[in-house]
Design a protein around this ligand. Structure first.
Ligand code: NDP
Ligand code: 2IT
Length: 395
């Protein structure tokens, strides 16, 4: 299981607005197809390399198994930096990427979606090029626009799902979101809708960040303002002060964990919380850390959270809502139907609560009561391992 079935590396040439030829690297690691077609996001960020795509792809195997939907694990992306690029440059880049990627994917083979730096705009351009090259309209990507096969609630799903999961874990431990101070790192797709749902469940989100710095608003951050800044204007989070003059901004994103909170939800990127951050959280009386970003905590931070007696949820369990809704988008595309927002959201909530209980049950069964990380690894592993054995060892 630790050996990818295929790892595809390719060149992505494109022409910028000044007429210069640029070349980026593209990756798709198709890790495991035992329980369904490869499935997982594409990340555009200058830090992307094979090692990062491999760890994300491996985690995706276990995450997708936990959703209970038939999806194998994959991840891909490019070291392309979308920041500061024009719409046309983004379009040309996506078209060039798909000009190679299209021969490796398909609705029953591999179904990419978004991740850091890849949202509805990028999925649209990628999907359009796939369609042109294959002369087919199929659900070969998820996270599509609503007018061309996208699912309602896919945009909200990762953030909402994170809060449904955290709520189930909190309740199992005699707590709720009501009246809690919540700190959410990041201000992208996952963070924005985690804010919306945490607020709806009775929490108050007092701090959010981007890679430049973080904002603190003691009155609670309205997710709609962040959505305007990030989704509509593609601007920096410090401009929040133009909308809410009473708030404050601190340069540098790492310090966000010094803001006192009851609930911490890292939703930006991997290794964004270390053991020193956890010490600050414990000092401020934090009761739980729920991962929205993939592998948010360093191994030392996870140990510190567990030793400190805080609740902890690993990303492969608590951020599975995004890919779960992607699985629901695949079902809708195959059936040529579209479900209402309420229907997808209700299924998402059921799936997330189910994942929490599957992890808690597996942990208990294997003598690690309360260790949701161990439970997630065990429950995900068993499902995939059983399928691999049943399908026979060689190809
Ligand atoms: P977005 O691109 O929408 O937002 C990412 C946010 O994190 C931005 O605020 C960005 O700041 C910040 N960020 C990104 N990289 C870094 C970095 N190296 N250091 C500090 N801050 C950083 O991505 P998503 O919200 O989609 O993804 C966030 C996390 O959630 C990732 O770990 C992703 O893998 C995970 N995830 C996403 C899912 C989805 O459906 N989108 C599903 C499951 C997990 P800036 O704008 O300044 O770069
Ligand atoms: O990390 C993830 O689970 C995602 N980026 C979502 C993947 C998907 O296929 O929807």
């Amino acid at each position: 299981m630790v050996e990818p079935e295929q790892a595809i590396l390719f060149r992505i040439p494109w022409v910028d607005d000044e007429g210069n030829v640029r070349v980026n690297r593209g990756y798709r690691v198709q890790f495991n197809s035992a329980i369904g077609p490869y499935k997982g996001g594409l990340r555009f960020h200058p830090s992307v390399n094979l090692s990062i795509v491999k760890f994300l792809g491996f985690e995706q195997i276990l995450k997708n198994a936990l959703t209970t939907l038939p999806m194998g694990g994959a991840k891909g992306g490019s070291d392309f930096d979308p920041k500061g690029k024009s719409d046309r440059e983004i379009m040309r880049f996506c078209q060039s990427m798909m000009t190679e990627l299209f021969r490796h994917i398909g609705p029953d083979t591999d179904v990419p979606a978004g991740d850091i730096g890849v949202g509805a705009r990028e999925v649209g351009y990628l999907f359009g090029q796939y369609k042109r090259l294959t002369n087919t309209w199929t659900g070969a990507m998820t996270g599509k626009g609503l007018s061309f096969g996208g699912s309602l609630a896919r945009t909200e799903a990762t953030g909402f799902g994170l809060c449904y999961f955290a709520d189930a874990q909190l309740r199992d431990n005699g707590q709720t979101f009501v009246g809690k101070r919540v700190v959410i790192s990041g201000s992208g797709n996952v963070a924005i809708y985690a804010n919306q749902k945490a607020t709806e469940l009775g929490g108050k989100v007092v701090a959010m960040s981007d890679s430049s710095g973080y904002i603190v608003d003691e009155n609670g951050i309205d997710f709609r303002v962040i959505r305007v800044i990030k989704e509509d204007k593609r601007d920096r989070i410090k401009t929040y002060l133009d909308y809410v003059p009473g708030a404050s901004y601190v340069e540098g994103c790492h310090g966000i964990w010094s803001v006192p909170c009851d609930i911490a939800m890292p939703c930006a990127t991997q290794n964004e919380m270390d053991e020193h951050d956890v010490a600050l959280l414990i000092q401020s009386g934090c009761i739980g850390v729920f991962e929205g970003s993939n592998m948010s905590l360093t191994p030392k931070a996870i140990a510190a959270v567990k030793n400190g007696g805080l609740l902890y949820s690993p990303s492969k369990a608590s951020n599975a809502g995004g890919v779960a809704a992607s699985g629901l988008e695949m079902s809708q595309n195959s059936g040529r139907v579209s479900w209402t927002f309420e229907e997808v959201d209700a299924r998402l909530k059921t799936i997330m609560e189910g994942i929490y209980h599957a992890c808690a049950d597996a942990a208990e069964r294997y003598g690690m009561n309360g260790d949701i990380q161990a439970g997630a690894n065990i429950a995900g592993f068993l499902k995939v391992a059983d399928a691999m054995l049943a399908e026979g060892i060689c190809g």
